[in-house]
Design a protein around this ligand. Structure first.
Ligand SMILES: *[C@@H]1O[C@H](CO)[C@@H](O)[C@H](O)[C@H]1NC(C)=O
Ligand SMILES: *[C@@H]1O[C@H](CO)[C@@H](O)[C@H](O)[C@H]1NC(C)=O
Ligand SMILES: *[C@@H]1O[C@H](CO)[C@@H](O)[C@H](O)[C@H]1NC(C)=O
Ligand SMILES: *[C@@H]1O[C@H](CO)[C@@H](O)[C@H](O)[C@H]1NC(C)=O
Ligand SMILES: *[C@@H]1O[C@H](CO)[C@@H](O)[C@H](O)[C@H]1NC(C)=O
Ligand SMILES: *[C@@H]1O[C@H](CO)[C@@H](O)[C@H](O)[C@H]1NC(C)=O
Ligand SMILES: *[C@@H]1O[C@H](CO)[C@@H](O)[C@H](O)[C@H]1NC(C)=O
Ligand SMILES: *[C@@H]1O[C@H](CO)[C@@H](O)[C@H](O)[C@H]1NC(C)=O
Ligand SMILES: *[C@@H]1O[C@H](CO)[C@@H](O)[C@H](O)[C@H]1NC(C)=O
Ligand SMILES: *[C@@H]1O[C@H](CO)[C@@H](O)[C@H](O)[C@H]1NC(C)=O
Ligand SMILES: *[C@@H]1O[C@H](CO)[C@@H](O)[C@H](O)[C@H]1NC(C)=O
Ligand SMILES: *[C@@H]1O[C@H](CO)[C@@H](O)[C@H](O)[C@H]1NC(C)=O
Length: 619
């Protein structure tokens, strides 16, 4: 209750004043110390489950993008945002926050179910194409409206999130559990990546149809990490063998030599965009591996071409946003998604600006670890901005340390820029208005909160486990002169991750059905469902066939509800009845005729729900 009251006050603060007070903290480290726990709590409050203060009705483990339901309506769950959020949460667990285990298990089950939800992109069986669906309702049902489909980064990111859990379970001697619960879930997503990486889709901003740097980077990482994990688990991942082709494509098609930056999308018809975009910055922080060297692929933060891209992207916003006051380097500024953006006024995005900081913290750590800073023609401009006497050279010792220190100061500047417009309550929206810095678009955006936490982890020297970016096999394809658009066809082998909580839809198509019945019961009595399909017990009026108990989880004297949420063969018409189990174990059948219900057709994504009143004879 106390918590509820505090949250209510928080809500008032958030909407009360037109010019919100800024977060009070003198120093950057004080601000981060204050905001990091707020951001973690904010992310958790947007997830269905125990702490879901802001998203009533969301299923456990479902990440709602934002509690905002109008202008814009973000009360949905995106596979991408969810995976990025859980990558952060899983790392928080690894860094010591054991209380997060339950919500990670909730996420696991929710994703196992979502993989099987037939949707407008397709289905799990037989070809896996349904995995490319971008967003769902927060009750784990399909969203059938018009949308940018498919989005092929989701399966890769989700696989990465669950693969990051492997070292934890293996460390606990739970390798067998990992193989049974997680690996089938991961393998579906890896199969999807291996099968579809060479086909176009919508980018992470859901606007451009083509091949996105962010998407391909995540796909490359997923396949490399999957290959290593398969070996460790003594499993097979044939799809993972596509990794070198993905890297080859990435390495040869995205560098714009004239502009000196990595472009966000290729294979597009969009002529009105420069390709300057925060997409590669977010790719680099997602693929960051502390053990990678800077000459590994240009998806790594300290790679020269990535640092060059950082400069071009940041510079494109310096004179564009009035709030940046034309500040020039080495001052940091607020950045958005891409300079041509007009969505909700095309303002600054906290998650992009914090990503710009995070990339620099990552790069500093990587360079420091190798002990040499190699500045080349590509990265010279970036380094001259923060250290004017920099040259094309290999720096070590104190000069390297001075340059890294300037880089860290520069990184801090991006966080300070976010601090300047963070409201007093610490809530982070999707955007800051480019003219006055007011929080705008979706409020309490989960991804904004998650981006704050990952930035703070890196600044504190907390790094995710290495995924093998530094190994030769992760870099196969880097120097190939010929790339091949091959793929691995897994059609027919996608399998519901039953061990993780998915319904078994291996060979046919199933639809979700919710039975809800009002039945006032006395202590010791239970309600069952019996019907003529396999999971309903395959019987009518036969006590020996009763197998399906209803759940009294919502039961109260005012609302004597018993319910069950199950899957029936798509399109099937089931005959059924409710049964009252007496305290002594005997059964009382409903009076009157049996009932009938027809499950939704294959591919409709529709859930059929019945709300009924039991007809038990009063004793
Ligand atoms: C799921 O949520 C959507 C959107 O709120 C709603 O239309 C639908 O009825 C819900 N489905 C179930 C089974 O509750
Ligand atoms: C790990 O688990 C296996 C069985 O799964 C068991 O035989 C073994 O003793 C366990 N090792 C430790 C260190 O707990
Ligand atoms: C490469 O960058 C230059 C300079 O910014 C730009 O004019 C050109 O359109 C870009 N080329 C592509 C293919 O995006
Ligand atoms: C941003 O602020 C300006 C100036 O107050 C206002 O005109 C504009 O409508 C705001 N944009 C959004 C998206 O709120
Ligand atoms: C670089 O590494 C050294 C030794 O590991 C460490 O003491 C120092 O703090 C690091 N510097 C930066 C800027 O990360
Ligand atoms: C820096 O070192 C690398 C690797 O030894 C070498 O290839 C490169 O030429 C050096 N750069 C300069 C400017 O000396
Ligand atoms: C980096 O590699 C070393 C071994 O070379 C390993 O001990 C260390 O744990 C790795 N770092 C991370 C964050 O995985
Ligand atoms: C790619 O080529 C560069 C420069 O020739 C070399 O340093 C690097 O080791 C090569 N990488 C791989 C994975 O072959
Ligand atoms: C693509 O195929 C050609 C011809 O078989 C081969 O030489 C080349 O190495 C392949 N490229 C990659 C990245 O595997
Ligand atoms: C498929 O891969 C080939 C070889 O890398 C590349 O030329 C082509 O653009 C790719 N197409 C898509 C849609 O990824
Ligand atoms: C993939 O395999 C399935 C099942 O074997 C087959 O029906 C389908 O045509 C194959 N698709 C491609 C693109 O080869
Ligand atoms: C899933 O269903 C198929 C076909 O009905 C069956 O063969 C298989 O054993 C089931 N798998 C599990 C894990 O229940």
């Amino acid at each position: 209750m106390l918590q509820f009251v505090l949250l209510a006050i928080w809500g008032l603060l958030a909407s009360a004043s037109p010019t919100p007070e800024r977060r009070q903290a003198n120093t950057l480290s004080a601000f981060i110390a204050q905001e990091r726990p707020t951001a973690l709590e904010g992310a958790l409050a947007n997830i269905g489950g125990l702490n879901s203060s802001w998203v009533e009705g969301a299923s456990p483990g479902v990440v709602v993008a934002s509690p905002s339901t109008v202008n814009p309506n973000y009360f949905f769950t995106w596979t991408r945002d969810s995976a990025l959020t859980y990558m952060m949460i899983i790392d928080e667990l690894i860094f010591g926050n054991r209380s997060l285990r339950t919500t990670i298990e909730d996420y696991t089950k929710a994703q196992a179910i979502l993989q099987t939800v037939t949707n407008p992109s397709g289905s799990l069986w037989p070809a896996g194409d349904g995995l490319g669906e971008a967003k769902y309702y927060s009750n784990l049902t399909s969203f059938d409206g018009t949308w940018g489909r498919p989005q092929r980064d989701g399966p890769a990111l989700r696989a990465i999130a669950f693969m990051n859990l492997a070292p934890v379970l293996i460390g606990l001697n739970e390798t067998q559990e990992y193989k049974e619960i997680y690996w089938p879930l991961v393998l579906n997503d890896l199969k999807y990546v291996g099968q579809y990486w060479n086909q176009t889709g919508y980018d992470l901003w859901e606007e451009v149809h083509g091949s996105s740097f962010f998407t391909l980077s995540a796909q490359h990482r997923a396949l490399v990490q999957g290959g290593f994990l398969a070996k460790e688990l003594d499993e097979e991942c044939l799809a993972c063998e596509q990794a070198s082709q993905v890297l080859c494509f990435l390495e040869h098609n995205f560098w714009n030599e004239t502009g000196g930056y990595l472009t966000a999308d290729v294979n597009v018809n969009n002529v009105n965009r420069s390709g300057i975009n925060a997409d590669p910055i977010l790719a680099a922080i997602t693929n960051f591996d502390i053990n990678a060297t800077c000459d590994a692929s240009h998806t790594q933060p300290c790679n020269s071409r990535m640092l060059a891209t950082h400069k071009v992207v940041v510079d494109s916003f310096r004179n564009l946003y009035p709030i940046n006051k034309n500040a020039s380097a080495p001052d940091a500024v607020l950045i958005g998604r891409y300079p041509e953006d007009t969505y909700f006024g095309g303002g600054a995005w906290p998650l992009c600006t914090l990503g710009a900081a995070e990339l620099l913290y990552d790069a500093v750590a990587q360079i420091n670890r190798t002990g040499t800073l190699s500045i080349d023609d590509d990265s010279l401009g970036f380094f001259r901005d923060i250290y004017p006497s920099a040259n094309v050279s290999n720096y070590t010792g104190t000069v390297m340390e001075d340059i890294l220190s300037a880089m860290t100061t520069y990184a801090d500047g991006f966080v300070s820029a976010v601090q300047e417009y963070t409201p007093a309550n610490g809530s982070l929206s999707e955007q800051f208005n480019r003219t006055n810095g007011e929080s705008t678009s979706a409020s309490k955006l989960t991804w904004s909160f998650a981006s704050f936490v990952t930035m703070a982890q890196r600044k504190a020297g907390q790094y995710p486990h290495s995924w093998g970016a530094w190994t030769p096999s992760a870099n196969t394809g880097l120097n190939s002169t010929q790339c091949n658009g091959t793929s691995h066809n897994s059609t027919g082998s996608y399998t519901a991750a039953v061990g993780a909580g998915a319904p078994n839809i291996t060979t046919s198509c199933f639809s979700e059905v919710i039975f809800s019945v009002n039945a006032t019961t006395a202590f010791g009595q239970n309600v069952f469902l019996l019907g003529n399909t396999t999971n309903l017990g395959n019987g009518i009026n036969e006590p020996s066939k009763i197998i399906l108990p209803l759940n009294p989880g919502n039961y109260s004297s005012r609302n004597p509800q018993w319910y069950v949420d199950i899957w029936l063969a798509a399109g099937v018409t089931a005959e059924y009845q409710y049964v009252l189990q007496q305290k002594n174990g005997t059964y009382t059948f409903e009076a009157g005729p049996t009932r009938h219900l027809t499950a939704a057709g294959c591919g409709s994504g529709r859930v059929v729900r019945v709300d009924e009143v039991a007809r038990f004879p009063s004793s």
